[in-house]
Design a protein around this ligand. Structure first.
Ligand SMILES: [Zn+2]
Length: 573
């Protein structure tokens, strides 16, 4: 799962404070599936498959994958490659059909790592025509460029508010502005009145840069709002400046970057923003005050200044792979369609700032050896079932999730099966298997007809469905399934719920062991709960594979409208 550690801490803290409220609040549609399961236990039992997931099998997979020998399974390292070989060997043992490159289980994922080389330079020329050099670390931080080791851009500036274009809300922050050939300056994030998952979409720099590029802008400068600065101070970015960013590269070795014609040039501090806004038609203070309002309807304007930015980027090629297997469907027509089960196999590797003698290996037992082990066990369920699924099942273990959902983005853009025939994705990421969970949160279930399968599966297994307890995290956009959503493919991802000790287990995990060497097998892992988690996901995937109608987005759903417009095979009907 790609929580930022900061966000994790914040949400954990928030939950601690909010606990009594949360406990008292009705845990949403919990009642329905549970009641259904109780009301008709026989029918539910009958409907359940002949598959009994094995806690021991899940334990065995996790024991291997979370071992110190995997060195934290970072994408592009030997430890990851060993883990990938393990998964491929398990696929072979299960008799899965290879569905990677050239009749193998591996899909090569060429990676590109890049980071700023040095501090770069930024010069501001204001209304008085005198150039001023801005200061690295005080006024600005350089962006890293996957596509250009050397980049120089000089252009006038236009402030575009949050830089959001959302026809569904009648919003266009570019209205009346000409940004062609200009550098746009924008607030990062998005106004608080926008629904959280949609806000996560609009906050994403990929979304923002795409709008800027569409209008002919030649670069993007981002700045924090006052509350954004409070959440993540500008100064905190200095430490992470040298960190490697990673993307995948295409056959021509070009790094995959959305909207490359409008690159992120620099981020600026409040002090830097004050310099850019000197002599502006609206004072920076007034802009910042407007940005804090729920609607955040900040009007843009041309700034009376231009900047010249020069950046150097260190770029390095790396190699990794996804691991892909298939169970062919039994229906002569439906077998052409696929239901994907995905789980990220990579984790964050070895901790650099560990003290001597301290544990340095981020084993990622629950992030995401647990998800991969679940996937392998679900695959065994399909393979051993007497009744083959009607649609084909793709078992997809991906690399680079922790680098920004990179392996899944590679697969979603370069699938080894026909893209138009991918019916749905069921993603497995970071199931916190530390307590006997009785409910799950199904992200995305209320957005498409996949929700029907989830509801039925929950009832059959006797697991309640709960509402999102962390809406401010926008979790629907934070794991690999989202790369399929961006291709218009309906998706769901289950998190173990907050009932029956779940809230405490989850928040404690986030606070103490998440993205930390403590996420290892010494945690009190409940393998019975793991088996139950495998069963509910198996039931969902099986129903998605067998239902005659292909999953479609719900009418009017934001993500369906955005990514699967009319004509898309998953478009709302
Ligand atoms: Zn993670």
């Amino acid at each position: 799962m790609s929580f930022s550690r900061r966000a994790a801490l914040a949400s954990a803290a928030l939950l601690m404070i909010a606990q009594p409220v949360l406990a008292a609040a009705p845990v949403q549609p919990a009642a329905k599936p549970a009641a259904a399961a109780k009301a008709a236990p026989k029918a539910a039992k009958k409907a359940i498959s002949d598959f009994t997931p094995s806690p021991d099998a899940i334990k065995a997979h996790m024991t291997f994958l979370a071992d110190d020998a995997m060195e934290g399974r970072e994408a592009g390292t030997r430890g990851y490659d060993i883990a990938a070989n393990y998964v491929a060997a398990q696929y072979a043992l299960l008799g899965l059909k290879p569905a990677g490159d050239n009749g193998t289980y591996k899909q090569r994922v060429p990676l590109l790592a890049y980071r700023p080389a040095g501090e770069g330079a930024m010069t501001l020329t204001g209304a008085d025509g005198a150039p001023v050099a801005l200061k690295y670390g005080e006024d600005y931080l350089p962006g890293a460029q996957a596509q250009a080791a050397d980049l120089s851009v000089e252009a006038p500036l236009v402030f575009v508010g949050y830089g959001i274009v959302d026809p569904s809300r009648g919003r266009d922050d570019y209205a009346g502005l000409d940004v062609k050939g200009k550098i746009v300056v924008m607030l990062s994030g998005a106004p608080s009145s926008i629904q959280t998952e949609e806000r996560a979409h609009f906050s994403n720099m990929n979304t923002k840069r795409a709008e800027a590029a569409k209008r002919g802008a030649v670069g993007v400068i981002s700045m924090s709002s006052a509350s954004g600065e409070k959440r993540r101070p500008f100064a905190a970015g200095i430490g992470g400046m040298k960190a490697w960013r990673v993307t995948w590269r295409n056959a021509q070795d070009v790094g995959a970057i959305r909207a490359p014609s409008a690159p992120s040039l620099v981020s600026i501090s409040q002090a830097g923003a004050a310099k850019l806004f000197a002599g502006a038609p609206v004072a920076l203070d007034a802009v910042m005050a407007e940005a804090e309002k729920p609607a955040g309807a900040v009007k843009g304007f041309a700034l009376p200044s231009k900047v010249a930015v020069t950046l150097k980027t260190e770029i390095e090629k790396r190699e990794s792979s996804n691991v892909v297997g298939m169970i062919e469907g039994s229906d002569p027509t439906l077998k052409a369609q696929t239901v994907i089960l995905s789980a990220h196999l990579d984790h964050i590797g070895i901790r650099e700032n560990a003290k001597p003698g301290e544990d340095r290996i981020n084993n990622g037992a629950l992030d995401n050896a647990s998800g991969v082990a679940t996937l392998l066990e679900v695959a065994r369920g399909f393979k051993n079932s007497k009744v083959r699924p009607k649609r084909s099942i793709i078992l997809l273990c991906v690399t680079g999730e922790e680098k920004g959902l990179i392996g899944s983005d590679y697969f979603a853009n370069n699938p080894t099966v026909a893209k138009a025939n991918i019916a749905a994705d069921v993603n497995l990421d970071m199931p916190v298997l530390l307590y006997p969970f009785t409910d799950v949160i199904a992200f995305g279930a209320d957005r498409s007809t996949v929700g029907e399968a989830v509801k039925h599966a929950g009832a059959r297994v006797g697991v309640a469905l709960s509402g999102d307890p962390l809406p401010e995290e926008g979790l629907f956009t934070r794991s690999d399934h989202y790369r399929f959503v961006e291709q218009g493919i309906p998706a769901v991802f289950l998190m173990t719920g907050f009932q029956n000790g779940g809230e405490k287990a989850f928040t404690t995990f986030l606070k103490t062991n998440y993205h930390h060497p403590g996420d290892d097998l010494s945690q009190p892992i409940d393998y019975q709960a793991a088996a139950k988690f495998a069963l509910v996901n198996y039931e969902i995937a099986r129903e998605l594979a067998n239902t005659p109608a292909r999953p479609v987005w719900n009418k009017g759903d934001f993500f369906g409208n955005t990514f699967a417009p009319a004509g898309h095979p998953s478009a709302a009907r």
